[in-house]
Design a binder for this molecule. Structure first.
Ligand code: NAD
Ligand code: TYD
Length: 439
């Protein structure tokens, strides 16, 4: 067995912590007033208030007892002793996976074990789990460096541990990389998921007190029309993926459902909107922009900057996953979202102000770095999640406001310059050159 043995990263820049006021700014107010480069439209941001979940519940969901799509022989079941279970987390060294592992060890009632399998691609970072490894390594936390596309290696993990729950995060996850090189997305996201499903079926047989939870994305639903402000992705929205990334995730979602319907494998799925928070690799919008600001580099906005995303603080995604494991019904899909839609340019203006404030710069210091660049191919215009189902059925809700989440995230990056430096390896620099330098 292999375990992480890494050195703890200590924040060298602790200035943003003690004594500072923690009041969040009011992004909604700021959004209307943020400065936008002159040559671009300065229209007021759209009305982004969330609709009432009740409207959705009345309009679209089928009451569960009337749903005829679930085969009769499949009983609903929850992992019997979830708090003492052994959880296999795939992709646990990536952004959301590592946050989920931290989240689990913070739960006072969770006394179970975690097996993290991750092949440590550019996005997987053992440093994300240094503290966990130091505290629980070899007793309640075990790391296995395994590629989920390698069936034989994966099988040894299934033979070595008694696994009760699988939470499947491992994926190639960045849309731009899927455009530049889709093959790895097909391998990991589709074949890797297939391997896990096969091994789970083989290992668990007819056990129903187990769970395979598949982590997916709102991007499988395609793109919403920005003019139809009330439209949102629901669990029954037809799939219409547009990028190799979302197509590969859609494919894996279908496989997971097929294993439920065909073999009775106790699965649940969640499709979540854009996450942000600590330990996110700086290729995604928010950490890329923070990291560029700290280096006084250009802030590259694709197209007109008006694409809309629904942002959720990563801990709230983690609590949604836990709620599904605890209370979710097998065979069901739950959408998780922030009910927090922002155009990229409005978000960036707010982020510039928070980073400026946190690093004692003038309010507009970073805004001058905003640079419009060539759009992403097939760039989805708008994502928005209707998360009425998980709220109503599992009593889940978001707990971190965008203002608070952004500030926490900015502070985390300011306090962890070593982490940023460590992930900016040769591979990272090659990606930046490929995606931005000749754009
Ligand atoms: P990430 O890219 O930060 O992490 C992915 C992890 O998977 C990395 O640790 C990587 O090393 C590992 N991995 C990749 N290929 C592997 C393989 N073949 N075998 C073993 N490990 C492998 O991704 P993330 O942002 O943490 O996303 C995690 C999951 O959540 C993904 O399934 C993604 O589709 C989904 N998701 C992400 C978001 C988001 O905003 N980031 C939103 C919704 C859903
Ligand atoms: P990203 O974080 O890559 O997530 P996703 O594409 O999965 O939603 O991008 C979020 C939004 O930000 C998306 O509309 C693309 C845009 N974007 C930029 O404008 N510039 C960038 O450099 C990046 C990485 C993203």
């Amino acid at each position: 067995m292999e375990t992480n043995k890494t050195t703890t990263i200590r924040p060298s820049c602790a200035k943003a912590t003690a004594g500072r006021h923690l009041d969040p700014p009011a992004p909604r107010l700021r959004r209307a007033g943020t400065s936008t480069p002159r040559h671009l439209d300065t229209s007021t941001p759209r009305q982004l208030d969330p609709p009432s979940p009740r409207l959705w519940r009345a309009g679209t969901s089928t009451p569960r007892h009337l749903d005829t799509s679930t085969p009769r022989h499949l009983d609903n079941s929850t992992p019997r002793h979830l708090d003492t279970s052994t959880l296999l987390i795939t992709g646990g060294s990536g952004f959301i996976g590592s946050n989920f592992i931290h989240y689990l060890f913070r739960l006072p009632h969770f006394t179970g074990k975690i097996i993290n399998i991750d092949c440590l691609t550019y996005a997987g970072n053992p440093l994300n789990l240094t503290e966990i490894d130091e505290k629980y390594g070899g007793t309640r936390y075990f790391f296995e460096k395994v590629d989920i596309t390698d069936h034989a290696a994966l099988k040894t993990v299934f033979e070595k541990y008694e696994i009760d729950v699988i939470v499947h995060f491992a994926a190639e996850s960045h849309v731009d990389r899927s455009i530049a090189g889709p093959a790895a997305f097909i391998r990991t996201n589709i074949l890797g998921t297939f391997n896990l499903l096969e091994l789970a079926r083989e290992k668990w047989g007819s056990r129903r007190d187990v769970r395979f939870h598949h982590i997916s994305t709102d991007e499988v639903y395609g793109s919403l029309n920005e003019a139809e402000v009330e439209a949102k992705f629901k669990e029954d929205t037809p799939y219409d993926p547009h990028s190799p990334y979302s197509a590969s995730k859609a494919s894996s979602d279908h496989l997971v459902r097929a294993y439920f319907h065909t073999y009775g494998l106790p699965v649940t799925l969640s499709n979540c909107s854009n996450n942000y928070g600590p330990w996110q690799f700086p290729e995604k919008l928010i950490p890329l922009m923070i990291s560029n600001m700290l280096e006084e580099k250009a802030l590259p906005v694709y197209g007109d900057g008006k694409n809309i995303r629904d942002w959720l603080y990563v801990d709230d995604h983690c609590s949604g996953i836990w709620a599904i494991l605890e209370k979710g019904e097998t065979g069901e899909t739950y959408n998780i979202g922030g009910e927090n839609e922002w155009t990229n340019i409005d978000l960036l203006n707010v982020l510039c102000e928070i980073v400026a404030e946190e690093s004692s710069k003038a309010k507009d210091h970073y805004k001058k770095l905003i640079t419009y660049v060539k759009d992403r191919a097939g760039h989805d215009r708008r994502y928005a999640i209707d998360c009425g189902k998980i709220k109503a059925e599992l009593d889940w809700t978001q707990s971190v406001t965008f203002a608070e989440g952004l500030r926490r995230t900015v502070r985390w990056y300011l306090e962890h310059p070593e982490w940023i430096a460590a992930v900016k390896s040769g591979e990272y620099l090659r990606w930046i050159e490929l995606n931005y330098d000749k754009r």
